[in-house]
Every structure is written in structure tokens, then in C-alpha cells.
Design a protein around this ligand. Structure first.
Ligand code: CTP
Length: 211
């Protein structure tokens, strides 16, 4: 049985116990991928940042809050997976420090120092071996060249290129960009339908890799 590892949702990067920086992401696409994985007969592990979504039935759910927690769980789960889908909108930065409780506001402007977060998918893809790793790229002006550069930098097998209009929407179009530079554009459709095609494409890539 193929094991699918999926990251989904945003991450939250706290500077105290109640305040945080985050990304706009509903988690919908990642949860749809996890559901499609189960429907395709995969054992499916879903590593999710905070969302309001119900986990799909039969999926092993690991809840996380921050990028560093997501990385910790993904590193623990990666060796046991065959195919990974990195759908999470991981915050690229986190506050340099975190205070306990809820410190009272001070008058006037203040500055928040941000430091870079680890890249979850790139960290594990660097030691992917025979695994197949799929990433997502959300761009205001999507281009195949930019997606391909991201695929190479992160050592992905496939990258799914979305426009920012996909954020929070029920429907999305997507362009699939493969390692050899080939690209296929899928028309706008419900995210569930898109997820089924993406899972079938990744499983097919994985099978061909091991044929
Ligand atoms: N990703 C990740 N960890 C991060 C940032 C991104 O795992 N810290 C993953 C996402 O899940 C996605 C892919 O990397 O699969 C692309 O993320 P994106 O935010 O589009 O790319 P970035 O490398 O952050 O580039 P930029 O923000 O400059 O567009």
C-alpha cells in the first residue's frame, strides 16, 4: 500500500500566546488531496496547521501550529511515506522572540523582528531517495519558468502552479509542471476534482519511477 504524506493549511507564528503572523490559507486544497489519497486506497497522513475543516475520514491527522512544529512532524513521518504532497502555506518568517502571556500594548509604533523559517518540503526532499515529492507554487502572476525554478531548488518531482485567486476558493485551475519542463494546464474545476487528478498523476509518476 502506498503511503501519502500531506501538509495542509497555514502555519501560525506567535510573538506571544495570543498574537501571531500567518498566511491566508483555508486548508481546503490539502484536505481535498488527503481525501483523494484515501479514495485512491493510500494510507494517508495529514499534517495540518490550524484550519476550520473536518479531517477526511480514515486519514491519520497530526495537528501543528508553527512551521517548526510542521517540520518536526514531517521529518518524523517522511521516512515512512512513498509520496508527499506539500500543500501547506508555511509562513516564510517567524517572530525572533516569543513572550509568555499577552503583554499589554505600548503607545505608538513598534517593530516586530522576523527571522526565516525552515523550508519544510525542501528539507525532506533533500533526502527523498525513491520517494515522489509534489509541491505547490502560489504566484500572483504564475509562469512555468518560475515554477520550474522552484521545483529544481526544492528537489520536487512535480509542482502545481496556482494563481492567488485560488486562495480560499472552492474551485481552482492549475498548471502541472514536471521535472523535464513539460507542463499541463487543467481548467478551473472544484478542488475535489482537481485533487483526484493530482493524486492520480503523482501515483502514476511514482509507479513509473519504480517500474
Ligand atoms: N513550503 C514549505 N516550507 C516553507 C515554504 C514553502 O514546505 N517554509 C512549500 C509549500 O508547501 C509549497 C512550496 O514549498 O509546496 C512552495 O511554496 P511557496 O510559498 O510558493 O514558495 P517559496 O519558496 O516560499 O517562494 P516565494 O514565497 O518567494 O514565492
Amino acid at each position: 500500500m502506498v503511503t501519502l504524506l500531506v501538509t495542509a493549511g497555514p502555519t501560525r507564528e506567535h510573538w506571544d500566546d495570543v498574537r501571531f503572523v500567518s498566511n491566508a490559507s483555508s486548508g481546503r486544497m490539502g484536505y481535498a488531496i488527503a481525501a483523494a489519497g484515501r479514495a485512491a486506497g493510500c494510507r494517508t497522513v495529514l499534517v495540518s496547521g490550524p484550519t476550520h475543516l473536518e479531517p477526511p475520514p480514515g486519514v491519520e491527522l497530526e495537528r501543528v501550529v508553527s512551521a517548526r512544529e510542521m517540520l518536526e512532524v514531517v521529518e518524523r513521518r517522511f521516512d515512512g511515506c512513498d509520496v508527499m504532497f506539500a500543500v501547506a502555506a508555511v509562513a516564510d518568517h517567524r517572530p525572533a522572540a516569543r513572550a509568555a502571556g499577552k503583554p499589554a500594548k505600548t503607545a505608538g509604533a513598534w517593530q516586530l523582528e522576523l527571522v526565516p523559517n525552515p523550508d519544510v518540503v525542501a528539507t525532506v526532499a533533500a533526502r527523498k531517495g525513491g520517494r515522489t515529492v509534489v509541491g505547490f507554487a502560489l504566484e500572483a502572476e504564475p509562469t512555468v519558468a518560475a515554477a520550474l525554478a522552484k521545483l529544481r531548488a526544492k528537489r520536487l518531482d512535480l509542482i502545481v502552479l496556482n494563481a492567488t485567486s485560488a486562495l480560499g476558493a472552492a474551485r481552482s485551475a492549475a498548471t502541472l509542471v514536471f521535472e523535464d519542463g513539460r507542463s499541463v494546464t487543467l481548467p478551473e474545476q472544484p478542488k475535489e476534482a482537481l485533487a483526484a487528478t493530482l493524486v492520480a498523476t503523482a501515483l502514476d509518476l511514482h509507479r513509473k519511477k519504480h517500474a
